[in-house]
Design a protein around this ligand. Structure first.
Ligand code: ATP
Length: 198
């Protein structure tokens, strides 16, 4: 079974591409979804994160205030590292379990936003990078999240340089156009991966 890592900068279209692969019957393993599940109240990761950040980072409904945590680690690299040290080994462990359960597939897709920035790379055999121009990403994220252009630019600038990301790609999905174009490109990759794995 081939394990295809899917990555890309903020708002490039990772979830959209994952949804298209899923509609083609492909198993998706999503690092963000696993992180969300691991940080539900009462779980070990939740308790450790609560200890790291303090009670002020817990919402009135008892959940982690993810927005506040994201804002804090943005300007505090050491807290970011501490948080990653809590989460990444556990996310990786869960991904390995899900990979084992999916082992009879021809190929699966692992959505890992931080694939090239962290130590998840050994989980995958091949890398897809989803790419779109900054102005298009900003426009799409603004429509989705109502964040300011400045906030989005800050995030883009904090992420891995676009060219460095593209250099690491085995396959690139350019997502500047309409959804139909993206669907066709994903279908082509799907056929290629099925051929590769058979
Ligand atoms: P994030 O990094 O924030 O998790 P992402 O890389 O998963 O984002 P998506 O959520 O898939 O990106 O896409 C960002 C937004 O752009 C979404 O609202 C999505 O519906 C929209 N979008 C993605 N691709 C296209 C496209 N080709 N045409 C129009 N809208 C698109």
């Amino acid at each position: 079974m081939w394990k295809i890592g899917l990555t890309g900068g903020i708002g490039s279209g990772k979830s959209t591409v994952a949804d298209i692969f899923s509609s083609l019957g492909i198993t998706i393993i999503d690092a963000d979804l696993i992180a969300h599940q691991l940080t539900q109240p009462g779980n070990a990761s939740f308790n450790e994160i609560k200890k790291l950040f303090g009670e002020n980072f817990i919402d009135s409904n008892g959940e982690l205030n993810r927005k506040k945590i994201a804002e804090t680690i943005f300007s505090n690299p050491s807290k970011k590292t501490d948080l990653e040290n809590i989460l990444h080994p556990r996310i990786k462990q869960c991904m390995l379990q899900e990979i084992e359960q999916a082992k009879y597939n021809h190929y699966i897709v692992l959505v890992i936003p931080l694939l090239l920035e962290s130590n998840f790379i050994d989980l995958v055999d091949r890398i897809i990078v989803v790419d779109a121009d900054d102005d298009i990403r900003i426009q799409r994220i603004q429509q989705r999240d109502h964040r300011s252009e400045e906030q989005i630019n800050d995030i883009i600038n904090s992420q891995l340089d676009r060219n460095k990301r593209l250099q690491r790609a085995d396959d690139i999905l350019y997502n500047n156009g309409e959804l139909g174009v993206l669907r066709d490109a994903v279908s082509r990759l799907h056929r290629q991966y099925l051929e590769m794995s058979s």
